[in-house]
Design a binder for this molecule. Sequence first.
Ligand code: ATP
Ligand code: ATP
Ligand code: CA
Length: 217
Amino acid sequence: MVVRQYAVIGLGRFGTSIARRLHEAGQEVLGIDINEERVNDAEQYVTEAVIADATEKKSLVSLEVDTFDCVIVAIGDDLQTNILTAMLLKELGVKKTIAKALGRRHGILLEKVGVDWVIYPERDMGERVANQLLSPNMLNYIELSKNYNIEEIVIPKHMEGKTLRELDIRAKYNLSVIALLRDGEIIVTPPVDQEFEKEDLLVMIGHRDDLAKFSSL
Ligand code: ATP
Ligand code: ATP
Ligand code: CA
């Protein structure tokens, strides 16, 4: 696995989740917060944690943020601090910047500043919850465009023991099966006569409405 260097600025709930997960996955994570208590707590789940004010250019310079592969602005509630930090990161030439936005207008500002990936945690999580409700058998998905997704869907009970050919999935449901996940193994482009088993996960590509229908079967 490639080990990359990340810096997470702002160790609230959002920043903490990102930092912890990256660190668990073996990545190098520097946690930065203005609050000493937060920095002390962070020491258990990051590679290194430092107290610094991210709106001070000289602090960011001395932390050499420009040498990191990716810097995440997880300062939430204070708009000014969040945007100023993002601007400084761009100014210092950070390779990849990610920032949390509170709402659409805030997000537009961050995009103007040149942030590479603007995240709307409440909006995105709300959409995920709704999608999960619409597609109860769906475990995971990737949005390819506004209307097309790749989704992992648990095989419906009545399809166990049947094959792609018998089920005629492309013709009947307008979906293509690109892979099959079984016992942690992946079978890419499963043969048309492969029988499905209980708990198989189908990786399917198609229109989100067709996917929602299939995953409610
Ligand atoms: P979350 O919404 O992620 O749970 P929170 O609501 O506790 O976080 P926020 O105001 O969103 O707190 O800020 C997240 C973190 O950013 C806090 O721990 C805060 O101390 C830190 N922070 C705020 N301003 C700065 C700054 N100028 N430099 C570095 N860290 C900062
Ligand atoms: P198609 O033109 O749709 O590929 P085909 O006449 O070439 O069909 P086969 O490839 O033998 O026939 O497959 C028979 C049927 O099985 C297809 O019509 C399709 O409905 C279904 N099928 C085959 N492969 C897939 C797949 N990867 N995903 C979904 N359905 C499939
Ligand atoms: Ca908050």
